[in-house]
Write a protein that binds this ligand. Sequence first.
Ligand code: ZN
Ligand code: ZN
Length: 129
Amino acid sequence: MNTETAGALCIVCAEATEEHTEAFCNACGGVYHLNQRADLPGKDCGEVWINEDHQALEFACNTCLYPEEAAAPGLDDILDLGEASSAVGISEETLLVAVEQGTLAGRRMAGGTVIVTRRDVVEFANRQA
Ligand SMILES: [Zn+2]
Ligand SMILES: [Zn+2]
């Protein structure tokens, strides 16, 4: 294995691409997985199609094709207050007060744990700065 030939990281799934699975998105310019070899295993994190007007191949990654799905928070983006506190450097108490006052969107789970999304916490922290 020669690490020099390892591909760039896919902007959709963050895993390394290989030579035969590397494609460039026409919309964002990012590298994404697109298996171009039927005889080799590979994953697809986007699509390619022929533009009838220009008779050219067009490439797009799933992040650009399905922005709404990409915008929905994944599991990694759901934090409890302890994780949120260490992520943005604001105390858990301050975050809890903000959630209770409605200045930070959060949800209280059945066990009493309050969860927030990474994006909301980062936006909250930016407002505090
Ligand atoms: Zn990928
Ligand atoms: Zn893209």
